[in-house]
Design a protein around this ligand. Structure first.
Ligand code: ZN
Length: 314
């Protein structure tokens, strides 16, 4: 996704340190329940920002003695092989359904007619889907979102969850945003997270989580999911900071890493708790260096997954 708008203020670390994210993070750290932080103590992103502040909390969590193989930076994998560990029959998330929505589709570029077709999102009509953005070097958002989704699927299955993807590069384009919402609804998902990376101006950095606003129009009625989605989003943001060391966006969200929107069909049409996460800005060279790193994507997947686990365990 990308935003058009005025320049935003530069990062304000002090506000972040005292902001709601810090509170959320502090509340969650004692629950550092998972032994997934195999990457959390590994530096190397080159992102000084929040890393130092987050490291204290992150270091309180145990590190796992084993983990997926060292990911490569080519975007092809190993994306911890789905078959490497069979879906757990038990685990803390047994009986829970998580839907991961990898934003866009690598094939969307070849199907402009299909993806530009308007669909009804309740509040208005919007294009079926979009191509997404890419880094200046051509690493596409669609490749990024699928890779992170695969890593999340592995992590969440290890916790016993039933995991479904809205697309797995297994269809020529899409699905449309209304169908993406419907997949989560029909799965009766306990949580849905849509994975994205932004396409904003150079210098705009950091992640943000997008929460559904309260909407009631046509087929859209988000009133029942606004509160649980905010809870989910705050937990995802808190764990994302802790594990990746990335700072909240310096261009939207006023330093909180949280943004509420009413214009996204994927949120408006959801009847189950759902958030989007923009993991960074592909058009900023420093953020792009992170987004194109397999090791960093593993951290991103881990942070998002831990937020989901925290939400589902309550
Ligand atoms: Zn996107």
């Amino acid at each position: 996704m990308s935003y058009a708008g005025p320049d935003f203020e530069p990062p304000q670390p002090r506000r972040f340190r005292r902001g709601p994210l810090t509170v959320a993070l502090a509340a969650l750290v004692p629950g550092a329940l998972l032994g997934w932080l195999v990457y959390a103590t590994v530096g190397g992103s080159g992102d000084g920002g929040a890393r130092d502040r987050a490291s204290t909390s992150a270091s309180a969590a145990p590190t796992a003695p084993t983990g997926p193989g060292e990911p490569t930076d080519d975007g092809k994998g190993p994306s911890p092989a789905p078959t490497a560990s069979a879906p757990a029959a038990s685990g803390p998330l047994k009986g829970k359904v998580v839907v991961i929505d990898p934003g866009h589709n690598p094939g969307n570029f070849r199907h402009p007619g299909e993806i530009n077709r308007p669909v009804d999102i309740g509040t208005n009509r919007k294009e079926c889907d979009t191509t997404g953005t890419s880094t200046d070097d051509g690493y596409t958002e669609a490749r990024f979102t699928l890779d992170v989704a695969h890593r999340m699927r592995t992590l969440l299955r290890e916790q016993g969850a039933t995991v479904k993807l809205t697309q797995d590069g297994d269809r020529p384009y899409g699905p449309c945003v209304d169908e993406r919402a419907r997949i989560g609804n029909e799965a009766k998902a306990d949580a849905v997270v849509s994975i994205h990376a932004d396409g904003s101006g150079a210098g705009n950095r950091g992640f943000h989580v997008i929460l559904p606003g309260s909407v009631r129009a046509g087929a859209a009625d988000t009133r029942a999911i606004v509160a649980p989605s905010r809870d989910l989003g705050e937990r995802v943001a808190g764990r994302f900071v802790a594990v990746t060391g990335s700072a909240p966006s310096n261009y939207v969200g006023d330093g909180t890493g949280l943004v509420t929107r009413k214009d996204l069909g994927g949120l408006n049409l959801s009847t189950v708790p759902k958030v989007f996460i923009e993991c960074g800005n592909m058009r900023d060279s420093k953020d792009a260096a992170l987004l194109t790193s397999g090791a960093w994507r593993q951290k991103a997947a881990q942070g998002i997954s831990e937020g989901i686990v925290s939400f589902l365990r309550g």
